[in-house]
Design a protein around this ligand. Sequence first.
Ligand code: HEC
Ligand code: HEC
Length: 202
Amino acid sequence: MGCKKNALAALIGSVCMACAAQVLAEPSAKMLADTCAGCHGTNGQSVGPAIPNLAGMSESYFVDSMKGYKKLEKGATHGEDARPATIMNRIAKGYSDAQIDAMGAYFAAMPVYKANVPHDAAKAKAGAAVYDKACAKCHDEGGSLASDDAGILAGQWLPWLEYSMADFKSGHREMPKKMKKQVDALSDAELTDVLHYFASQK
Ligand code: HEC
Ligand code: HEC
């Protein structure tokens, strides 16, 4: 009898040790990622209208983005390997590289989320041809293939797509060379159409 009681006491003791260890340990990837929900939505599913969805993006694209944000100097609009931002540069600086890696794996494990994005159906239809010709090679499956490591464009909020494109076009954010070649060859109307096409993907 006494023996059993001691075993129980030992068990309770070890459970409590485990609780204490958890409180003292590094925050989990979920705890870190939950701090993003106020802006990026629960589980990286943004409710819009302009903040991007994070769910399902590849770990490598996520990590490159966060490290690019971290590199942006205070007051700068661009810099070497840096990504322009209105707010993410300040947020990204609050996380260690290990914490960024952990969040990257966490969001990458989620299914890609395609939001119900308001868009112009006629423009989206016209944009499908532009997409096939100029973007499909690197943004496969309507821009929903995470392993392209080029962000998730399918079902992505239109103002965010427009903002990203404006940053690329102005040179604030560096465009991959081959993407620039395709983008530069398009008229403004074609470029608008293809962004509506991405936004329309379900
Ligand atoms: C206060 C609102 C806010 C919070 C909180 C926030 N973000 Fe952001 N996030 C933005 C905005 C706005 C952008 C667009 C870039 C910019 O202007 O800063 C963005 C862009 C991003 C992008 C780029 C997405 C893409 O498709 O290229 C990533 C990655 C990202 N955020 C990750 C995070 C993570 C991880 C957290 C939590 C640790 C977080 N964000 C918290 C507002 C926020
Ligand atoms: C040669 C490959 C390639 C081609 C072609 C290409 N892209 Fe990209 N695109 C990329 C890569 C790689 C990234 C990620 C770049 C980065 O973050 O530095 C990207 C990023 C983007 C982004 C930003 C996503 C985000 O979440 O911030 C948009 C928008 C975009 N591309 C639109 C287009 C459009 C529209 C076309 C066709 C006109 C196109 N791309 C053609 C490779 C390509």
